[in-house]
Design a protein around this ligand. Sequence first.
Ligand code: HEM
Length: 436
Amino acid sequence: MTLTHDIRFLGTMAKPLARAARVGAVASVRGRWRPYRSWTGAEITDYDPFDPRTAAQPHEAYRGLHAGGRVHYNPNRNIWILSRLADVKAGARAADTLYSGDGVTRARVALPLLVTTDGKRHNEMRRHVLPAFTKAALESWRPMIDELAAKLVGEVLDAPGCDVVQRLTIPMPMLLIAHMLGVPDGDLNEFRRWSEATVQATEVELSRRGIMSLTSSITGIRDIHRYFRNQFAVGGLKGSDTILGKLLDENAGGSISDDELFFFAFLLLLAGNETTTNLLGGMFDMFARRPETFDMIRANHDLIPMAVEELLRFYSPVQGLYRTARTDYQVGDVTIPAGARVLLCIGAANRDPQVFDDPDEFRVDRNPTEHMAFGFGAHLCLGAQLTRMEARAVLRELATRVDRIEVIGQPRWSTNSTLRGPVEMTAKLFAAAAIK
Ligand code: HEM
């Protein structure tokens, strides 16, 4: 499919997508789930990741899954759920059988993105973009990350009672990615609006509101496409200090097309923004609720990297990813049938009591190296180091300049089943005595 086809396809897909999802779910529940139960061995569950209340606070449900069998099946949603760390990792590693091409979030939106491409083509695409993620390439963004963290923490300090999500956790990754992609300062507001609309495409609700938001996502994608098409037409990317410029320089043979560049830029927006926003939101939530832990970090900055890993495990900014079974897939005594939609529940895996002692407890020095917040296997997150640089920079600024973090009232959590984090959080930072 060419890019033009893809964009046209996006414009026409909202209604059929909703209809297909509705018809598909009903047909498979009526026609198939009774026989499944008799031979697959999976445990039937009413755990529903799409219930907004469960999505906002899923941990009790995860404890229920861990107390049961290795595979659960929700007949109403027609999904098969893996929740133990070893099984979720094995599922992510079994990319030949559990494939990503039908989309990795709730919506079965198959765009030609790295994350929804499988097999040989995925290896090729990943090889093309790797030069932008080498240690040296990522290091070059460090001064900008440090500068952004210092500026944004300063702004929150100066605005007691502000919404820290709007002031810091959204702008931090958004401004970084915009700079990485070479978006000029004058275009940043528009760029932010498009990016926010784009992320909504990951969660298609079968409701009037859901379809409206899908339509606005599609408009956002179209606007971003138009924007980059103009940038490519003007030229000047090659040799520039942007991530796209770096990729073009590495591919002197011209093996990366404009289409691929666009979809890569688009993936960075989709994969790198809300995920990091969620992690940073978790950081504020945790250290406001646990001032004594924040004091430990203030007293010993060497704890910062470990604290960030524990935040990744504890909050799991990506709660789950979907795969489709190409053939029957065996987990212990259970056979997940070919064609099944399988949820790799990362949020539950990161709180697996068989792996993490007292998993619902945040331990700043736990150093949970086995967590899989960034996925596992062929699609392991390319932005993991970048995220760590961002989160560590923000925490360092907080630990240096702030005595205490206060969250006023109850933060509001997202109800998106894939991406979980605070969407509104009124906060007040108390400046450290030494620098008041
Ligand atoms: C807290 C922050 C982040 C989290 C929790 C996160 C999580 C993940 C996860 C779980 C995957 C695996 C998807 C799958 O297996 O289907 C993934 C893939 C990916 N992530 Fe991240 N991510 C984060 C930040 C970023 C950032 C900042 C970038 C880039 C700027 C990025 C770029 C990517 C890309 C390109 C992929 C696709 C890799 C592939 O398919 O080969 N991510 N991420």
